[in-house]
Design a protein around this ligand. Sequence first.
Ligand code: PLP
Length: 494
Amino acid sequence: MRYFSTRDKTISISSSEAIIQGISKDGGLFVPETIPKIDNLMELTKMDYRKLAYFIMSKFFTDFEPTLLKEAIKDAYGQKFSLKDIVSIEKVQDRYLLELFHGPTYAFKDMALSILPRLLRIALKINDIDKEIVILTATSGDTGKAALEGFANVEGIKIVVFFPEKGVSQIQKLQMITQEGENTFVVGIDGNFDEAQNGVKRIFNDREFKEVLDKYGYILSSANSINIGRLVPQIVYYFYGYLDLLKQGELEDGEKINIVVPTGNFGNILAAYYGKKMGLPVNKLICASNENNVLTDFINTGVYDRRRELKLTSSPSMDILISSNLERLLFYILNEDDIAVKDKMERLNKNGFYKIKNINIEDFYGDYSTEDEVTKTIKDVFVHYNYLMDPHTAVAYNVYDKYKLKTKDNTKTIIASTASPFKFGKKIADSIGLNTLGKDEFQILRKLGDKTEIKIPEGISSLKDKAIKHNNYCSKKEMKSMLKKFLKVGEIYD
Ligand SMILES: *Cc1c(COP(=O)(O)O)cnc(C)c1O
């Protein structure tokens, strides 16, 4: 299987090369030249998570030796997850919540970032690269910690994370700045996520700087969801969720489902779209946004317009105006016309918007939730169904309510539940009516645990006593110089 760039199909590389490069040198994203098909789902119900993961990933990562890929999967989806089945499905009201947050950092990002470092190491071996890899990542909160956790102390790799100092939850920030491991580097910036992501993209596109890094024995790669090594592992759990419902008799063979995904960078929902293209029986993919509703507008009008103020909401991992992975969907809805994709992306960059005439994205439905709706949803679902949701999942839950009301569609529905509510303690406590006045984050969490009778995850309660390892802060213009400092690159270090 070869991969080509969404902006230039003449660029064609292997899966291991695509994982190493992260993003194509023309700025495009790598997509597989064909999408493998899976039929006879019933036969797959016997597989556990790892077997299914191998079954799916081996169709995409064709230059990986089977034993090595199996080993990587076994290591990634093991002890670090608190559930033997890796994910779980909870039925709440009339819908199925696919809980993807039982990994080491309590967000769905673990589903892919626990395996990406292992894929990358194999990829380096396949390509005989003996340089040191520098993973450069911008995070809206959850990717940063999941990547740090995955890459910490991995030999031959350094990891650098930039996060918006004011744009993440208190727990998310603590998770990152207490990260151990000599090869980790965490920096808060005085900007929002889009600015952090742009800064990282600028560094990636800086050829001169890349040559300097090369001289020092470094190559850059990305742990952001643009990396195909993140996208493919995310396809697995949509199949797994479907198969699990099939096994339980909740679905009949071939019965279609809707999938609702709280969306920011469009990585998670894109994986579900790939699942559909591969043969998963999906009716609608419901794209749920918060008040930063660029995607809602795009799906409903065909106009993508980032010229608006970024709002900070209680679902920070979705506070995004430039949704990177949408470029891959664009590639498909423009009938794989690379020139047209390039044109749209250049327009977005230059003018801040683009328009697709006669847009046809029947596979998708898009809507969003306001902050008040999120608060009310968290409360109502807790009170009526005794289920506690994080704010991202609540966005999806609420958008699905609206979808049902509007369309009267009764197709069974899976909602991706993307984070533990305890990562967002204050918002959750406030929503269900606990008094948080004058209390610190950990007092709030304790109160929340008492009230809901849910155990606070160990990795979150233990943050209280952890030493702060990273105390770096810079403006968005200084990102490159921070990186140079960390890597000891540049004249002053020669
Ligand atoms: C990253 C994240 C999302 C958004 O996922 P995308 O793949 O960026 O669309 C939603 N919820 C949580 C908790 C996240 O961490």
